[in-house]
Design a protein around this ligand. Structure first.
Ligand SMILES: NC(=O)c1ccc[n+]([C@@H]2O[C@H](COP(=O)([O-])OP(=O)(O)OC[C@H]3O[C@@H](n4cnc5c(N)ncnc54)[C@H](O)[C@@H]3O)[C@@H](O)[C@H]2O)c1
Length: 370
């Protein structure tokens, strides 16, 4: 198959969908890979590395879309790319159709085969192509939180791990899923005293088993949250209710009970945030202060560490991309339920219920296109 890797052109997107190692893997199976010049630069991979791995470089995005049977990308196509997409071309990337009506209509019009990373789903309902970004964001939450606890950045001026003779900081993690687990692990590793809250008792049992001694698990409810935020130096919001907005676990009135210089990192901001006062921020301007509480609410945290994020993402996407290239999308999806769930829009038909519902469009069963 002919694979094309365009350079990401969305604002501030430095990730790339395929590393030189990924190119080598495709070549092993006899596929042809075209990579747009400088596509890997933002993630630390230069053109020579791609050539060495067996890719052919093309200078323009038009040439990449023009030649490829399968496009592997990171972010959804933006308006300037719509008309480059050909009928029946396979696009394997994040789409998030339910949050863009314009994109949905554009892909229906182009007649492409849109396989969305975010809806590839395992039998246990986990989302294997979202997990790596949650892992990055969870670990980063502590790194960023520790930084903003510094006095010049308006934090309390407390060192997360303390020093001999001085107690470490207290970290409260709301939600013990992927993000919360990684955040708790990092904070514990730095020596902080960590509390992790979740509503799922089986999850708390599991966390209690695997976490080190300086992590305590507590049931998440309003009473316990009100108590814990008065003590916490750093709070990480990591709650997710699938398909719904995040619940506001910390409401506006609660901020007054927190100590000045407390830092909240609301990773769940992309689902509305679990702290009422959080609104999305960017890496250029990541924080704001309300009631002396520092709010860090960057909606695309992994974007700041493109090297790590690219490797984490491609580790997860590559095995699926290879199946698509080896078998063609129809056979690959027919034989693999996880990939089949990734099909969203095919040949002008919406084959994913959630997307059809979001925009009041007709839904067709995915079986009709296989
Ligand atoms: N900002 C970013 O850059 C970024 C990056 C990756 C993920 N995210 C977001 O982070 C959030 C968490 O993602 P995840 O992968 O860890 O999800 P997850 O499903 O693995 O974990 C969510 C956890 O929240 C728990 N939960 C639900 N209601 C709760 C409540 N009331 N109190 C406490 N816990 C509760 C669930 O039981 C679950 O364990 C999502 O909103 C995700 O979109 C943001």
């Amino acid at each position: 198959m002919i694979i094309g890797v365009p350079k990401e052109i969305k604002n501030n997107e430095n990730r790339v969908a395929l590393t030189p190692a990924g190119v080598a893997e495709f070549k092993k199976y006899g596929h042809t890979v075209y990579v747009q010049s400088t596509a890997g630069e933002g993630s630390g991979f230069n053109d020579d590395e791609y050539i060495k791995a067996g890719a052919t470089l093309l200078p323009t995005i038009e040439e990449i879309y023009g030649i490829a049977e399968m496009i592997v990308k990171v972010k959804e196509p933006i308006a300037s790319e719509y008309n480059l997409i050909k009928k029946d071309q396979l696009l394997f990337t994040y789409f998030h159709f339910a949050s863009s009506e314009e994109l949905t209509h554009a892909m229906i019009k182009q007649g492409a085969v849109c396989l969305a990373y975010e809806t590839v789903e395992k039998a246990d309902r986990s989302l294997p192509l979202l997990v790596p970004m949650s892992e990055v964001a969870g670990r980063m939450a502590i790194q960023e939180g520790a930084k903003y606890l510094e006095k010049p950045l308006k934090g309390k001026g407390i060192l997360l791990g303390g020093v001999p003779g001085v107690p470490p900081a207290k970290v409260l993690v709301l939600g013990g899923g992927i993000v919360g687990t990684q955040a708790a692990k990092m904070a514990a590793g730095l020596g902080a005293r960590v509390v992790i809250m979740d509503v799922s008792l089986p999850r708390l049992r599991y966390l209690s088993d695997i976490m080190p001694q300086n992590v305590v698990t507590i049931m998440s409810n309003e009473y316990n949250i009100r108590e814990a935020i008065q003590e916490a130096d750093l709070i990480v919001g990591a709650v997710l209710i699938p398909g719904a907005k995040a619940p506001h676990l910390i409401t506006r009135d609660m901020l007054k009970t927190m100590r000045p210089g407390t830092v909240v990192v609301d990773v769940a901001v992309d689902q509305g945030g679990c702290i009422e006062t959080c609104t999305p921020t960017t890496h250029e301007n990541p924080t704001f202060i309300i009631d002396d509480v520092v709010h860090y609410c960057v909606a695309n945290m992994p974007g700041a560490v493109p090297y790590t994020s690219t490797l984490a993402l491609t580790n997860a996407t590559l095995p699926y991309a290879i199946q698509l290239a080896n078998k063609g999308w129809q056979k690959a999806c027919a034989e693999n339920e996880e990939l089949k769930k990734g099909l969203n829009v095919v040949d002008g038909k919406v084959v994913y219920q959630g997307v059809a519902d979001a925009w009041g469009l007709a839904y067709e069963s995915v079986e009709t296109v296989l």
